[in-house]
Design a protein around this ligand. Structure first.
Ligand code: AMP
Length: 221
C-alpha cells in the first residue's frame, strides 16, 4: 500500500503512521523526523531548516522536495510506504506527483485526520517523545503516560519536549497548516484519493477506522 497521511500538527499522524508501518510493513517517511535529525546532526539541510522549525514555519518547498526526490530515486527506494507530513503544500504535492510518475508508483490513498484546534493545543503541550533516532516513540502526560515518568518505555531514554510544542508556536503551526490544507485536500480529492477520518478518540479506534476507510477502495470524499 502507498499512502499519504495528512493532518494538523498533533492530529496523531506520526503515531498512526508508525502503526501502519509496523502492522502493514510500510516504510515510514516522516519529513518532520528527518528534518529534526538533520538539525541534530547539524547537516547543511539541518542548519537551513532549524529556524523555520523552531518558529513553527514550513521549511522551503525546494529543500523538502529535493530530500524526498532523493529518497525515491535511490536504488533502495521504498515500494510500499506511508508518508507522514509530506506533502504539506500544493507545490510539494505537484513535485511528489512527478517523482511518483517517474518511478511508476501509484498512490492508493491520502488519509486526512480531522481534529479540533483546541484539542490539538492540549495534546501538543503535553507531548513528550523519545529522542533516540531509531525509536522516536511519543507519549502524553495525561493520555499516554510512560510507565516510568520522563523515561521511554521502549529503551529507557529520558524523554524530551519539542521546542515547537510550546502553545504560541503550536497555534502558529495550526495557522500555517490551515493556510495550505484547502488547496492540498482539493488536489487529492480531484484525483479520487482523499479519505477523511476523525482523529479524535483512542489510538486503536482511530487506527481501525482508518483501515476500514482504506478498505473502501473507490469511495472518495
Ligand atoms: P512535524 O513533526 O511533521 O509536525 O514537522 C515539524 C516541523 O518540520 C514543521 O513545523 C516544519 O517546520 C518542518 N516540516 C516537516 N515536514 C515539512 C514539509 N513537508 N514541508 C515543510 N516543512 C516541514
Amino acid at each position: 500500500m502507498r499512502l499519504i497521511l495528512h493532518g494538523a500538527p498533533g492530529s496523531g499522524k506520526g503515531t498512526q503512521a508508525r502503526l501502519l508501518s509496523q502492522r502493514l510493513g510500510l516504510a515510514h517517511i516522516g519529513t518532520g523526523d528527518i528534518l529534526r535529525e538533520a538539525v541534530r546532526l547539524k547537516t547543511p539541510a539541518g542548519r537551513l531548516a532549524k529556524p523555520y522549525i523552531t518558529s513553527g514555519q514550513l521549511v522551503p518547498d525546494d529543500l523538502v522536495n529535493e530530500m524526498i526526490a532523493d529518497r525515491f530515486r535511490r536504488e533502495d527506494r521504498p515500494e510500499r510506504f506511508v508518508m507522514d507530513g509530506y506533502p504539506r503544500t500544493l507545490a510539494q504535492a505537484a513535485s511528489f506527483d512527478q517523482v511518483l510518475r517517474q518511478e511508476f508508483l501509484l498512490l492508493d490513498a491520502v488519509v486526512q485526520l480531522l481534529v479540533d484546534v483546541e484539542e490539538i493545543v492540549g495534546r501538543l503541550s503535553g507531548r513528550w517523545s523519545c529522542p533516540f533516532p531509531n525509536c522516536m516513540a511519543t507519549y502524553h502526560t495525561i493520555h499516554k503516560p510512560p510507565r516510568v515518568a520522563g523515561v521511554c518505555d521502549e529503551d529507557g531514554t529520558p524523554l524530551v519536549q519539542r521546542e515547537d510544542d510550546m502553545e504560541e508556536t503550536v497555534r502558529r503551526r495550526i495557522v500555517v497548516y490551515n493556510q495550505n490544507t484547502q488547496a492540498l485536500v482539493e488536489h487529492y480529492r480531484a484525483q479520487g484519493l482523499l479519505r477523511q477520518v476523525s482523529g479524535t478518540g483512542d489510538i486503536e479506534t482511530i487506527y481501525t477506522n482508518m483501515i476500514q476507510v482504506l478498505g473502501q477502495a473507490g469511495t472518495s470524499c
